[in-house]
Design a protein around this ligand. Structure first.
Ligand code: FMN
Length: 195
């Protein structure tokens, strides 16, 4: 990788931010198929323990996005708790739903019993990697996005055709950004070289 490509990668990583205020539209010249192709490539190439490939994803938009997020909103009793899922329903253009396939994890546990306890955690690790790479990539496409974890509520509201063994692990809600991000504060956190 050249220094310029490395700088561009680091810039993309630093540019990824949480953007809650969204408009339910796509930036000009971007299509939902572009988003699908991007997430598809990331799911394919994100590394997994023993190359087991437990990551799954789907993209909700249109009526299905509205229906799922309306159900999440209705399922939460406290009025204050409804605010975020209602904003996703009304202001996001879509949401990427990230899953891990529990059957894949169970097969790994059967095949490699000495590592059995580690595999659920490894599945979460690779899902987190896919989520954050996707978040970074969508923002490079000109979208704004934020990450949510209404996992059980989302699972309950998804269409029946989603396999029961797919566990919901995160939702990346996206649309056209309608706010600029504020300053972010950082702790001092030096990565040292030990020779
Ligand atoms: C693993 C992880 C879980 C997160 N969960 C949530 C969440 O459930 N709801 C939410 O609004 N933001 C969530 N966030 C967003 C963080 O609050 C946010 O990334 C952090 O404050 C830094 O801000 P930035 O995204 O603008 O850099 C999550 C972020 C990460 C990395």
């Amino acid at each position: 990788m050249s220094a310029a490509a490395n700088a561009s990668l680091l810039k993309a990583i630093a540019s990824r931010r949480t953007i809650y205020q969204l408009k339910p539209e796509l930036p000009a010249s971007l299509t939902i198929n572009d988003i699908q192709a991007t997430v598809q490539a990331i799911i394919k190439d994100t590394p997994t323990a023993f190359n087991s490939q437990p990551n799954r994803a789907l993209i909700l938009t249109g009526e299905t996005h509205k229906k799922v997020w309306n159900s999440v909103t209705d399922s939460i009793e406290a009025e204050a708790g409804k605010k975020r899922p209602a904003s996703v329903r009304d202001e996001a253009y879509g949401s990427v739903i990230f899953f891990t396939d529990d059957k894949t994890t169970e097969k790994l546990q059967a095949d490699f019993p000495a590592w059995a306890a580690a595999f659920p955690q490894f599945a979460d690790h690779t899902s987190g990697a896919a989520q954050i790479i996707s978040w970074t990539a969508l923002e490079q496409l000109g979208l704004g996005a934020h990450l949510q974890h209404y996992n059980g509520y989302v699972k309950a509201a998804l269409p029946d055709k989603i396999p029961a063994e797919w566990s919901v692990v995160g939702q990346l809600c996206f649309g056209t950004p309608a706010e600029t991000t504020g300053e972010k504060t950082y702790i001092t956190n030096q990565v040292e070289i030990l020779n």
